[in-house]
Design a protein around this ligand. Structure first.
Ligand code: BG6
Length: 498
């Protein structure tokens, strides 16, 4: 459960808009978009004169409305959709019938927008499988719906954006032939997390950070997303994606760019994205024959999570029994620039691990020697951990004196929670949709960033294609072979979240 975004957090409130959802009966719409829109309407982040228009293929209006209502009850019970609230919310819902590959659908959509009158602004949200992105953009373009004559027209694209460099380039080229790059908002929901934005504020609003934020003081950085869930119902997508595409190329590399970038000249979309892009350009390219040295891939076997038995990946519905798709991936990146030369960035993510935790761990160098001649312990390297979720916040690990007459050292953990309660933190989709409605692209990926990140991981993808078998780890554990070797020269080795 998340708290509604509040006007206090907004720089700008949105104008009335037509929010068009392609994939209005799908999972993303039910789980994320509709709950976010209800909360945004509640607190004025979506203008009350806005309309939400679902493009639906084979359902009556009543059936679709029921589906939306049931979805809200299931995925956002806290919004309390009683009869009166539902009546108010459903008054904003409109439906347009049709197939995505039929030009007539977009004609009907254009007519419907015309008939509804009011705002000419439109956000088109593609909550549809990626193969339909270009089809939707083409349809909108042919129906004249991408032209920004009287209001804005913005296209929102979900990940995955391509499956490799060639397909991402092709998709960019096609989309840009139908709509301008400045109108495209590529969502990476990790950038919408408040805790990720907090990382930027910590970096650039505290003067004590900058002098330490470089190779002179930092030993290594580990960025991780550890999940306890399996692949749920998504075998079809996941079998082709795997953890490298699903998490590393997108969310984790995006977070890495924010950790590693130079201070932008201003907090605007292009200034931030230019700095992120410089980081990607400085990432050392992998030699195809050496990929194995800098990567780990593994797949979960059966095991138990929270005392419940869970099946192996290969026994999940829709997964091939001999699948070698990785459900855990780790990559060791090097950034060749003045700030980061020699500091390994270890990015890792896996499903069915021991804990659900996302973190950025900055490990500082060890103290140069131990001044305190103690038997009990030597000072450990300091660490600054940004906990992205759950219980977002910052933890600083220090050394301190143990009470008593000696100078024995104890580890001290200083915690600064981001909020008193996770429930106070806004949902990433609310933040990101609000940014689209106000035209702020800072938290969205630009075409060059997406292509550059695919280019970086391309040799790893090529190596994975040749894989015939894969290491296994027991679900619910950290038993991943290869992680100690991958982090061999990082002070403290592999950091498993505690
Ligand atoms: C999605 C991935 O983008 O992010 C999922 O496709 C993953 O596989 C999810 O579970 C993780 O997001 P979060 O916000 O739960 O960490």
């Amino acid at each position: 459960m998340t708290a509604p975004l509040d006007q206090r957090f907004c720089n700008e409130s949105a104008d009335p808009a037509n929010i068009v959802i392609f994939g209005a009966t799908g999972d993303l719409t039910k789980r994320k978009l509709m709950p976010a829109l209800v909360r945004m309407l509640d607190c004025g982040l979506v203008h009350p004169e806005s309309r939400i228009i679902g493009v639906v293929r084979d359902m009556s209006t009543d059936e679709w409305l029921q589906l939306v209502r049931d979805g809200l009850a299931e995925f956002a019970p806290e919004v309390g959709m009683d009869a009166e609230r539902w009546q108010a919310f459903s008054a904003a819902l409109k439906m347009v019938h049709g197939d995505l590959d039929d030009d007539a659908t977009y004609g009907r959509l254009a007519e419907s927008l015309e008939q509804l009158g009011g705002s000419r602004n439109a956000m088109f949200y593609c909550a549809i499988p990626p193969r339909w992105y270009r089809v939707a953009a083409r349809g909108l373009n042919r129906a004249g719906l991408t032209a920004e004559d009287e209001g804005y027209r913005r296209l929102v694209i979900e990940k995955p954006f391509g499956m490799d460099l060639a397909s991402a380039r092709e998709l960019n080229r096609e989309l840009q032939s139908f709509i301008n790059e400045s109108q495209i908002y590529r969502i990476d929901h990790y950038l919408g997390k408040e805790s990720v934005q907090n990382l930027l504020v910590y970096r650039f609003a505290n003067s004590i950070m900058e002098p330490l934020w470089n190779r002179n003081y930092i030993d290594s950085i580990q960025i991780s997303v550890s999940e306890t869930l399996g692949i749920e119902y998504r075998a079809k997508y996941y079998e082709n994606a795997g953890a490298l595409r699903d998490m590393i190329q997108s969310h984790l590399m995006q977070v890495m760019t924010l950790v590693a970038m130079e201070p932008p000249v201003e907090f605007t979309a292009d200034a931030v994205r230019d700095e992120k892009m410089k980081v990607l350009r400085a990432v050392r390219r992998f030699e195809p024959q050496l990929v194995a040295e800098d990567t780990v891939a593994a797949q979960y076997a059966s095991g138990s999570i929270d005392d419940a038995a869970v099946p192996a990946y290969v026994s999940e519905d829709g997964v091939a029994p001999d699948s070698s798709t990785e459900t855990f991936a780790a990559v060791r990146f090097q950034i060749d620039n003045w700030r980061w030369q020699g500091v390994p960035f270890i990015l890792w993510s896996g499903k069915r691990l021991k804990k659900k935790v996302s973190e950025v761990m900055i490990r500082f160098r060890k103290p140069p020697f131990n001044l305190f001649d103690t038997q009990a312990s030597v000072p450990a390297a300091n660490a600054l951990v940004f906990r992205l979720q759950p219980e977002a916040g910052v933890v600083l690990r220090m050394n301190a004196k143990q009470p008593g007459l000696t100078t024995d050292i104890q580890r001290l953990v200083m915690r600064a929670p981001y909020a008193d309660d996770d429930a106070e933190v806004a949902d990433a989709y609310e933040i990101l949709m609000h940014d689209v409605l106000t035209g702020d692209g800072t938290l969205f990926s630009r075409s060059d960033e997406v292509e550059e990140s695919w280019e970086i991981v391309e040799p790893i993808l090529q190596a994975a294609k040749e894989r015939v078998s894969i290491d296994r780890y027991r679900a619910g554990t950290w038993d991943i072979r290869g992680m100690e070797t991958l982090t061999r020269d990082c002070v403290g080795g592999w950091h498993r979240p505690s």
